[in-house]
Ligand binder design. Structure first.
Ligand SMILES: Cc1ncc(COP(=O)(O)O)c(C=O)c1O
Length: 403
C-alpha cells in the first residue's frame, strides 16, 4: 500500500483542513504542542466579543461555571464522571493541589515517584521534602524504561502517594499501572497518574485504571493550547478531600465574601483556587470537540500505523531508537537518535519539519491523526539526507532556551 492509499483509507485526512499550520509545515510535534484548530481562533473571538459586550455579566452567564463545563467535556474523553474533573493552569499545579490534600505524618510520610517522570513534577516533589515529605525516586533503567516490580517494591505502609506517568515522556512507553495501583491501595496509599502523554493519543479510562488522581492538559494531544490542565479525582474520594492549596472557586458561597472557613463544593471545583484563565478555556474547547468527533480509538489505530512506519524507516536508515518495539506499549512518539541529533533536529526545523530533541533519546517524532504517511516518509527522507550530507551546523549556538 502506498502512502497516499493509506492516507485516504479512514477518512481522517479531511480533518487536515481544520489545522492551518499543516498547510505550511510538517507538524510532527503534537507531544509538545498540538496543532491549533482554526476553530480556536473563532472561539477566542467569541471570548473577546463576550468580554467586550457582556463585560462582568459574563461571569454569571457562563464564565464562573466554565471550569466545570470544560472539566466535564474532558471527563467524557477520559472516562471520568461528570463533576470529577477540576481545571488548573498546568499539570505541576494540579499535582500540587492533589498533594495539598495530604499531610505527612511520622508513620506515613513518603511519596514514591519515577526518575522517568517529567522533571517539573520531580522538582515540586523534591521541594515538598522541606515540609516533611520523604521522596523515594524509583530509578530508570539505562534505556529509560521503568521496572514495575521496582515501583511495587518501593511502596509500603509509609507511602502516602505514588506518582507515576501513564506514558513516559522520553520514550513514549505505556506503563501498566495495575500492579502499582494494587500495591498502593493494599498499603493504604493513593495513586496519581500523570496522563499528559496519554490523554488524546491512547484510550484512557480513569475509572477502569482505578487511580485516585489523574492529571493531564489540553496543550499536547488534545490540541487546546496552554493554560487548560486538569485533575480528575476519584468521585468517592472527592468529598473526603480538602486541598490546602485552595481559593474562592472551591467555596460553596464565594460571593458571601465572609472570612470564615471555606465550605467546599461537592463537585471537583472544590479542588480549584482563584480566578481561572477563561481565555485558555475558549482556546481549548474546539480541540476537545475535534478529538471527540474523531474518536480516540480511531486516533490510536492511525497512530500505531504511523509510529510503526517511523520505526521501520529509522531501521532502514540505521538510526537507533529507544522506542518500545511492542506496539501495545508504544504511545504517540518515536525518538530516533542519529549522530549529532541536536543540530540535525535544528536543521529539520529550519526546513519546516517540526520535531523536538531530548537529551539521551534524540529527535522526538510525534505524528497525530492529522498527519499523513507521506509526511512521515518525507520527514524520514529529509532526516536521512541531512545526516548523510552532514547538512547541519554542529557548532551553531542555540537560538532559544527551548532547543
Ligand atoms: C508527562 C508530562 N508531565 C508533565 C509535564 C509538564 O506539565 P506542566 O508544564 O503543565 O506542569 C509534561 C510536559 O511536557 C509532560 O510531558
Amino acid at each position: 500500500m502506498t502512502a497516499s492509499d493509506f492516507d485516504n483509507i479512514d477518512g481522517l485526512d479531511r480533518w487536515r483542513r481544520e489545522f492551518p499550520i499543516l498547510a505550511t509545515t510538517v507538524y510532527m510535534i503534537s507531544n509538545s504542542l498540538g496543532a491549533m484548530p482554526a476553530a480556536a481562533a473563532d472561539s477566542l473571538a467569541d471570548y473577546a466579543r463576550t468580554w467586550a459586550t457582556r463585560g462582568v455579566r459574563a461571569w454569571e452567564e457562563r464564565w464562573w461555571e466554565m471550569s466545570r463545563e470544560i472539566g466535564d467535556t474532558i471527563g467524557g474523553l477520559i472516562g471520568a464522571p461528570a463533576g470529577s474533573v477540576s481545571m488548573h493552569a498546568n499539570v505541576t499545579t494540579a499535582t500540587a493541589v492533589a498533594l495539598s490534600c495530604l499531610q505527612p505524618v511520622p508513620r506515613r510520610n513518603r511519596i514514591v515517584c519515577l526518575e522517568s517522570d517529567f522533571p517539573s513534577i520531580i522538582y515540586l516533589l523534591r521541594e515538598m521534602q522541606s515540609v516533611g515529605w520523604e521522596l523515594i525516586i524509583v530509578p530508570a533503567e539505562s534505556d529509560f524504561s521503568v521496572q514495575v516490580d521496582r515501583v511495587v517494591d518501593a511502596i509500603d505502609h509509609r507511602t502516602a502517594l505514588v506518582h507515576l506517568s501513564h506514558v513516559l515522556f522520553k520514550t513514549s512507553y505505556i506503563m501498566n499501572p495495575a500492579p502499582i495501583v494494587a500495591a498502593a491501595h493494599h498499603h493504604g496509599a493513593l495513586v496519581l497518574l500523570d496522563g499528559y502523554q496519554s490523554a488524546g493519543i491512547i484510550p484512557v479510562d480513569v475509572a477502569a485504571l482505578g487511580v485516585d488522581f489523574f492529571t493531564g492538559g489540553c496543550l499536547k494531544w488534545l490540541c487546546g493550547g496552554p493554560g487548560a490542565a486538569f485533575l480528575a479525582t476519584r468521585p468517592d474520594l472527592l468529598p473526603k478531600l480538602r486541598p490546602r492549596l485552595t481559593g474562592w472557586l472551591a467555596h460553596r458561597a464565594p460571593f458571601a465574601f465572609d472570612t470564615d472557613p471555606l465550605v467546599p463544593r461537592d463537585d471537583a471545583m472544590r479542588m480549584m483556587g482563584g480566578t481561572p484563565p477563561i481565555s485558555a478555556y475558549y482556546a481549548s474547547l474546539p480541540g476537545l470537540d475535534i478529538i471527540k468527533a474523531v474518536g480516540v480509538d480511531r486516533i490510536r489505530a492511525r497512530s500505531k500505523q504511523m509510529t510503526a512506519r517511523v520505526l521501520a524507516l529509522a531501521e532502514k536508515h540505521g538510526f537507533p531508537s529507544i522506542a518500545p518495539r511492542d506496539p501495545e506499549r508504544l504511545a504517540g512518539t518515536v525518538a530516533v537518535d542519529p549522530p549529532d541529533a541536536l543540530p540535525v533536529s535544528r536543521a529539520l526545523k529550519a526546513r519546516d519539519f517540526l520535531v523536538d530533541y531530548r537529551p539521551g533519546v534524540g529527535i522526538r517524532i510525534s505524528p497525530h491523526f492529522y498527519n499523513t504517511m507521506d509526511e512521515i516518509d518525507r520527514t524520514m527522507a529529509t532526516l536521512a539526507d541531512i545526516v548523510e550530507r552532514k547538512a547541519y551546523d554542529r557548532d551553531a549556538p542555540a537560538r532559544s532556551v527551548v532547543t
